[in-house]
Design a protein around this ligand. Sequence first.
Ligand SMILES: Nc1ncnc2c1ncn2[C@@H]1O[C@H](COP(=O)(O)OP(=O)(O)OP(=O)(O)O)[C@@H](O)[C@H]1O
Ligand SMILES: [Mg+2]
Length: 714
Amino acid sequence: MVAMDVSEIKARVPREIIESLEARGIRTFTPPQAMALEKDLLKGRNMLVASPTASGKTRVAELACVNSILSKGKKALYIGPMRALVSEKYNEFKAAYPYIKAAISMGDLDAADMWLAEYEMIFVSTEKLDSLIRHKINWLPEVGCIVFDEIHMLGEPGRGPTLELLITKLSSMTDAQLIALSATIGNPKELAEWLKAELVASDYRPVMLKKGIVSEGKVFYGDDDKEELYGKSSIPEIRVLEDTLERSKQALIFYASKRNTEAGAVRLAPHIRKLLTVGELEALAKVADKVLGTLERPTAQCIKLSEQIRSGVAFHHSGLMNAQRSAVEEAFKGNLIKAVCSTTTLGYGVNLPAHTVLIRDIHRHNGVSADRIGVNEVMQLFGRAGRPKYDKEGRALLIATSKYDVPVLYKGYIEAEAEPIDSNLGVVPTLRMHLLAFIAEDFLNDVESMHAFIRKTFYGHQYGDNLHMKNVISEVLDDLEEWKFVESVGGRSYVATKIGKRVSELYIDPLSAKWMLDSMDNASDTLGILYMISNTVEMRPYVRATEEAEAQFVMRRSMNRGIYLYESGMDYGSYDPVAAFSTALMLNDWMEELDENTLVKKFGTTPGALFAKLMNADWLIYSAVELAKASRKSAHSLIDARVRLRYGIKEELLDLVRLEQIGRARARRLFNNGIRRVTDIRDNREKVMMLLGPELAQKVFSQLGSAGAGSAVP
Ligand SMILES: Nc1ncnc2c1ncn2[C@@H]1O[C@H](COP(=O)(O)OP(=O)(O)OP(=O)(O)O)[C@@H](O)[C@H]1O
Ligand SMILES: [Mg+2]
C-alpha cells in the first residue's frame, strides 16, 4: 500500500477536515492512514491500527473523531494511558480544530464533571473515564467514536485489567466506533478479532531508523555495517553523546532507575557545557531558574536538576514536579537542552526531537531480581528517535558490555519478533474493585451475567470459559457481601448497599474502605488517622521505614493498642505495618510544617514522590470523611486533619488558611507576627499590609466582608 493524496477523500469528508490538513501542510496520508481509509474508517468501522512508532496513528484517530463530530453530530472520546501523552494530543487537537469544543479531564476521581457534557471532543485518562462511568455520566449515548491509544498497555499487569474491562464495558454500553491504536505486537489479529475491528497492520516507517549495538567505541548495525563513533571517551553513553553532538543533534538516553538518570546527567554535563554558545547558556539559565523556583524552598533534587540544565542536560522521571517535567520537555523540544536522561516517563507515544536514542540499561530491577526488558518495550523506546516532525532519520542504540554480547543483543532485540500481549484479568484486587462497580451501577447484578461479561473480555477471548475465573468471581462476591458492600438477593444476584455505592464512586479498593471503616473509631489522634490512611494499597510504595519509625511504632503499639494492633482476625491484604507507619510519620511531619527539603532527606524520597503521596493521602482522607458520613460516624477530626494535610500546617493555622491566597507560608508569617485568627486581621490592617504587601492584603481584606470567609475544603 502506498501513500494516498489528501484530495482523494475530499468528496467523503466534511470540508473542515481537508482545510485543517492543508493548513498544517499535510498533502499525503501515510500508508496506515490510507489503509484505514480504504477499510471504511469514515463509515464507522471499528479499527485496530497496529503499526510502527511514528507511522501517524494519531491521525487515523483524528479523522474518525472529527468525522463523527462534524458529519454525525456525535461526540468523540480519546483515552490515553499517560498524562504527558493525553495533554500532548489535546493541545495538538485544539490547535488543529479551534472551532470544535474540546476538553481534557484527568483529575478528581470522585466527580461526575457534568460540564463535560457540553464538549464535543473529550480527552481523558483510562482511570478518569472509568470513574466518570461510575458517576453515571449521561452523555455516553451521544458518543460516536472512541479512541484507545497505546492499547497494548492492556498487557501490563498493573493497569492493563482496568483498560481491558473499560473497553469491554464501553463496547457493550454504546454502539460507538472503536479506534484502537497499537505499537507493533505479536498477536494483532487476535486483538482485532476481539475488538470486532478491521486490522490495519503496516510496517511503514516514515523516517529511517538505524538500530545498532554499541561496543568499544563502534556501532554494529548488522552484517558488515559498522560505524566508528566520533569522540574519545571509553564510557559508552558519553561516546554516543560526543558523536551525537558532533552531528549537531540531540540525544535521549533511557536508564533503569531515577537515581541512574540523575547520575547520567551529571556525567554528561561537562561534555555538553563546553560546546554551548553564550546565547544558549543564557537561555538555559532562565529555564534553570524556573525549575529551581518550583518549590518555596528548593530541594537537593531541584538544585541538581537546575545545575544540570545550566549545562544543557536534564534528567526526567516521576520524581520531578509536573512543572519541572514540562519545562524540561519544552527546552528539549526547543533544542536548548541537548540530552535528556530519562526513565520510561518519556517512553510512549510522545513526539520529541531525539535524533539518537540510547537505552543505557537493558536490565531493570523488579524488587526481587533484575530482568531484561522486553522486545516490545525496547521498540517503543527506540521509537522516540527520529520523529518525522523533527528529523529525517534517527538512530536507536543498545550497549553491549562485551563484544561477545553484540550478536546476542542484535538477535534478541533488533532481529526479534514482537511479543504477543496477554490479558492480566485473573487478579483479585482489580476484580474486587470492578465487580463492586458493576453491581453499584446496576450494570451487572447476577453471577450469570458476570460470567457472560467476562467471556466478552480479552481474557475470555483468549482463555474461554474457565473455572479459575469463576472461582475468583465467587471469592470476590463473598468478600464484598461479608463486608456489607453488597447484599445478595435470592443467592445468585446482588445489589450494592448505600455504602457500597459510595465506595465504588470513591474509586478506592473495597479492602481499603473496609479497613478504614473498621479502624476509624480507633484512630484516636492525628497520627492514628494518618496511619489509617497510609495502611492501604493506594499509598504504596511506602517510604523507607527507618529504625526510629520502628521504635515509635512499637511504643505506640504498647501504649495505645487501638488502631496499631488490629485483632479482628481479618486479613487486610499483605500487611506491612511499620512501613505504613513510616509513611504516616512523613505526613505528620509535613503537617508539623517541616519543609519539603528536610522531608525528602529524612524519608529518602523525591519531591515528586512526596507530592504524589500527599495527593493520594488527600484522596484517602477525603474518602474516609465520606465513608464516615455514609455510616453516620463523626467526621470532625478527619475534616480538620484533611485541611492540615492539604496545606501542611499545624492546627493553630487552621483558621487563617480559610482565606483565599493564604497558604502554608503566609499563614505562618501572619501567625508569628501576632495575627492568629481571621478576626485579628480586621484590627491590624496596617501590619497585614506590611506582612503581605499592599496588593495581596487588599485581596485578603475583600474577603472579610463575607464573615464566613469561605470554607477551606471545597
Ligand atoms: N500524513 C502525514 N504527513 C506528514 N506527517 C504526518 C502525517 N501523519 C502524521 N504525521 C506526523 O508524524 C508524527 C508521528 O505521528 P504519531 O504521533 O501519530 O505517531 P504514532 O504512530 O502514534 O507513533 P507512536 O507509536 O510512537 O505513538 C507526528 O509529528 C505527526 O504530526
Ligand atoms: Mg501514538
